[in-house]
Design a protein around this ligand. Sequence first.
Ligand code: NAD
Length: 269
Amino acid sequence: MADESGIRTRESIRELSSVAGETAVVTGASSGIGRAVAETFVADGADVVVCSRTRDDVESVAEELNGADVPGSALAVECDVTDRDSVAALAEATVEEFGGVDLLVNNAGGAGSGGPLHEVESDGWDGVVDVNLTGVYNVTTAFSDALREDGGAVVNTASMAGRYGVAGMGPYSAAKAGVSALTRTLAAEWAGDDVRVNAVEPGFVATPPVREQLGLEEVPEREGADREVGRPDEIADAIRFLASDAASFVTGQTIAPTGPPHTFEPPEV
Ligand code: NAD
């Protein structure tokens, strides 16, 4: 932790902020933020279970990561977070392959089609809440024994929509606000088991659905914070911090990688 003079060493700080050697599960890892998290963790030296609904998608991501010159590894597991049998199979496959899990990133989600709440049909509500909120419950509880056995960290992907309650995004805003609340609840419940639980609350991030929504052809350069749109790898870096031991005294928090707060504006309904 420190050299002879008592000053912390560069190596010890690097080690604390790394997820090398950890086993991580990342849901929704075939695209966007989840894919960037998987890339970041594998590059850092973690073994990452990449999960998403479509086998071909996760297999191609895992293949690419395993073919790269990086210290970690990737295992593809097809899983729909709204389907409890599928989630149980994910937990089983993870424990069978790695003997346990240290880090869980609940990232699978999406905003759905949107519109004023009084026009949202009940199946539209159910679909958005199922994936964004109930999915977090499904996956977190499926891994609860494995996580609490040796301690670990959970990072949930909430959203600015959950903080503000965005017009035209009622089910999504409510589900993501629920994710932030669940983050605090679980942090309190699992503190004694040495499991930290935090969340990120991104603003606009240049992932495939948002690029399409905003008509954004390019992913913005990583230059300065005064931007309205962030990059998937910038959110992955915030998630890596929360997952790492650098955040050893941070739990129950939701941090907002959004650029300057005043630049966030809800989309027009
Ligand atoms: P994306 O569409 O690029 O990725 C979403 C991923 O989730 C994909 O891999 C998809 O296959 C997976 N997924 C969707 N439903 C699933 C299910 N039922 N089971 C398993 N996997 C499922 O989108 P993204 O923008 O990278 O979003 C990732 C997360 O970040 C989501 O929770 C989203 O709500 C949140 N978020 C995104 C933004 C943004 O601006 N992009 C902002 C705030 C929060």
